[in-house]
Design a protein. Sequence first.
Length: 336
Amino acid sequence: MTTILAVESSCDETAAAVVDAPSSIRSSVVSSQVDLHVEYGGVVPELAGRAHLERLVPVVRLALDQADLALGPAAPVDVVAATRGPGLIGSLLVGASGAKALSLAWGVPFVGVNHLEGHLFAALLDHPDVSWPLVVVLVSGGHTLIVSMEAPGRYRRLGSTVDDAAGEAFDKVARYLGLGYPGGPAIERAAVTGDPTTLAFTRPMLDDGLDLSFSGLKTAVVHAVRARPDVANEDVAASFQQTVVDVLVTKAMRAVAQVGAAGVCLAGGVAANGPLRTALQAAAASAGLPAYLPSRAMCTDNAAMIAAAGAWQLQHLGPSGLDVAVDPALPLEFVA
């Protein structure tokens, strides 16, 4: 058994987790910075980096404490992993540098992990015995990808957003409607009492392969509100949310049919959206396939998923050098 301490600091969550590889979570601690950024309606990179500096050691200590391990001179774990990209450069540097320091002090291997690959592993923490291949729909504030996961470490890009990510569209629409930040939960809360049939938004690129687009939908919301100022925010939110859900589920099931997938997964922060989870489960059930949904705690940025991806990477590719650099634009590597 290999015990991994992982750190995630790609954006505005300071997270640490202890995992017994490959999927036994002993602790997972996330320190949110939402209260710090809420007045700006989005993440301020400089503030995020400073907050990571303040919170990293306490978060790591708490993760070790909850796993009945101690932060001290003796190595309490076998491996230290950290996100090396993509993300905000200042935030990445804090987490990766701290993890490298622990690796060096304890004399244990260090593994630098791709944040997106971590999200692909998130569902495997809750569902370790999946069948391959899987279609994974990764939807977050910065990324929207449809990926064929043929096995851990083997990914094919099937589709991606040509403009805004789905989570970014949620944030922008919520900001325009004055619903608050972060936008995803704000839209979902408002939509609970709204009528999703109030505004008939066009489903963008619905019949155009597997790529996605959400920028035009955001603009359509603005035009609709200006044209019909009498429509309640709850109805606008519900109509917008339903449009996004319809597009994501349609594309996901089209991808499943295209690759002959054995199942479908959600990943990323938007994967916590209740209507999206319900709709994908229903569509998968109609096709006679399982839908592997990560728990809501594993949807948002967390370090347990980084540990899971790091465990696989260590076993199959070996450790990273301590000189491996963080990369704010680090791509997910796809097979040809």
